[in-house]
Write a protein of this length. Structure first.
Length: 202
């Protein structure tokens, strides 16, 4: 059994790791973390040593959590505040994605006042690039939550990055987040909090 990580709301949040199936937990301490309230944890597909965690800032480790790098960059204008309600979500592609897609990382941030969602796009696993894809991904997110995920194939099985975004509607983008299309109007309740995509395929 591999390690398990959770984020916890204790004392403005923290990152915790278990190596015994969740029986005991130890806090992951790093001087790089700054009073964090972590919202999301993701691993790079096919590389369990590379992990991304996000809260008010965005961090990356490539050695299983031994050391961390703050890769917030341009995200700082959206996330540098200790205000609960500014939410950050991380989406990685499915396992065994084509090489043209496997290093794609998408970040979503949300305005706690307008509910508008900002999408950020990287094609190199957040090594150097993190660029805003659109200033407002159609709006319509809850001011405290939204959901984000990635697929790697279209309906015909052709490799393609598909961004799935949920808020008060279910939307998709096939052009790196430049535009989003609402694809469903029959949601049971207008507050989509999670989107699941099996990581063996997309």
């Amino acid at each position: 059994m591999g390690p398990i990580y959770i984020s916890d709301a204790k004392d403005w949040g923290g990152l915790y790791k278990s190596t015994d199936g969740g029986i005991t937990w130890n806090e992951v301490v790093s001087s790089t973390f700054t009073n964090e309230y972590f919202w999301d944890i993701e691993f790079k597909p096919d590389n369990a040593n590379t992990m991304y965690v996000g809260g008010h800032r965005l961090y990356k480790t490539t050695n299983g959590g031994t050391s961390w790098t703050d890769i917030t960059g341009n995200l700082s204008q959206y996330t540098l505040t200790n205000e609960i309600g500014k939410y950050l979500s991380i989406a990685v592609p499915p396992k065994n994605s084509p090489s043209s897609i496997s290093n794609t990382i998408v970040i979503g941030t949300i305005s706690s006042t307008t509910g508008n969602t900002q999408i950020w796009y990287s094609t190199d696993g957040l090594t150097t690039s993190l660029n805003p894809a659109t200033s407002n991904a159609g709006g319509g997110a809850s001011v405290y939550h939204f959901s984000l995920n990635l697929g790697a194939y279209d309906n015909s099985g052709t490799p393609q990055v598909i961004i799935y975004l949920g808020g008060i509607s279910f939307r998709t983008s096939t052009n790196s987040g430049a535009t989003f299309t609402s694809v469903s109007s029959s949601i049971i309740h207008d507050d989509i909090r999670a989107i699941g995509v099996p990581k063996d395929y997309g």
